[in-house]
Design a protein around this ligand. Structure first.
Ligand code: SF4
Length: 327
């Protein structure tokens, strides 16, 4: 039986952290069992906000693929490719842009939000506004059945679906409407208690060695009201406990949940126990990562081969779209 197709991409914006692993990568890895998966390095998308400084895009792309493979993405089962090596995305983007009304793009919630957030660069660009059309092209060119999304990305996918419907109404049924594959991601706190994010400099990276992870966890913020060992703490508001819940066994979490509240356990004890489980969890990934990083040629070949495979599908769909438009 033919498997249904899933598509997803990631911008090469730096090393991947534990939040990326638990939030997206781990899900991508599992989807490989059930679907025909296409995962891509969204290097053109990275340009929409970082067009002026492109110096890191190549290095970041390579590191990201190493993290993907270390986390269990399998090039034998999934197509791992680079957006800029499949120029058909750009051509379909142009075709879709002709029939996409401007207000559809201007009303995307993240458009205005990001415009307000990013103050150090000129963001009033054609590329930034057109980002969702490129995203629609990325998805539609593979006729993807499903796109894994969190709740906040739903409006983007809805726009892709609108762009898809408009094209099909104008020129005939070329593209199936992609459906969301809703995913509940655990929210991972960073070492300062805020959401783990590169911009907060609070991440545990997949590429961090055990010493670095240990140092970061030992310095991690816990319940801010628990100043001395004899103060009772509150696991419900403790960011470290949120990591316990993901990486430590349930018995330990139950124990901490009781003992912390009566100062029966110290934060250092909890951190040491968490580290035991976290490091054991990361070890196989870090070993694989070291092997992969020592073989840059293999990484290049995997991406080139994946991009070649992706191009075959992309070229076929683009030909159908052009034919439907009588070009
Ligand atoms: S003992 Fe654990 S749960 Fe309690 S405050 Fe310390 S780190 Fe947080």
């Amino acid at each position: 039986m033919t498997k249904q197709r899933v598509l997803s991409g990631m911008q090469p914006s730096g090393l991947l952290h534990l939040g990326n692993l638990m939030g997206a990568l781990d899900n991508w890895r599992k989807l490989q069992d059930q679907y025909e998966c296409y995962y891509f390095i969204a290097d053109w998308h990275a340009l929409t906000t970082n067009y002026a400084d492109t110096s890191n895009i190549r290095a970041h792309s390579r590191e990201m693929v190493i993290d993907w493979l270390a986390a269990g993405l399998d090039p034998e089962r999934s197509v791992l490719f680079q957006q800029s090596l499949v120029p058909e995305h750009a051509v379909l983007h142009v075709l879709l842009s002709m029939s996409t009304p401007l207000p559809w793009l201007e009303r995307v919630p993240t458009y205005k939000e990001k415009m307000d957030q990013i103050q150090d660069r000129e963001m009033n660009t054609y590329g930034f506004l057109g980002y969702p059309v490129l995203q629609a092209a990325d998805i539609l060119i593979y006729k993807a059945h499903f796109v894994p999304v969190g709740i906040d990305q739903l409006p983007h996918l809805e726009l892709t679906r609108e762009i898809c419907r408009r094209f099909n109404q104008l020129y005939g049924e070329v593209f199936p409407e992609p459906q969301p594959l809703m995913t509940e991601y655990p929210k991972l706190p960073g070492t300062d208690g805020r959401k783990m994010s590169k911009s907060y400099n609070n991440c545990l990276y997949l590429s961090d060695n055990p010493e670095t992870i240990t140092k970061k966890v030992m310095q991690m913020i816990t319940d801010p009201a628990r100043i001395r060992r004899q103060d009772p703490g509150n696991p419900d508001i403790c960011p470290l406990f949120a990591l316990d819940r993901i990486f430590a066994p349930k018995e330990w979490c139950d124990h901490v949940n009781v003992e912390c509240r009566r100062a029966g356990i110290g934060c250092v004890d909890d951190k040491k126990e968490l580290l035991k489980h976290l490091l054991a969890y990361l070890k196989p990934m870090q070993d694989r990562r070291a092997e992969l990083a020592a073989n840059p040629q293999m990484i290049t070949e995997i991406v080139q081969e994946g991009s070649r495979k992706a191009r075959v599908i992309a070229a076929k769909t683009l030909a159908e779209a052009s034919e439907a438009m009588k070009l």
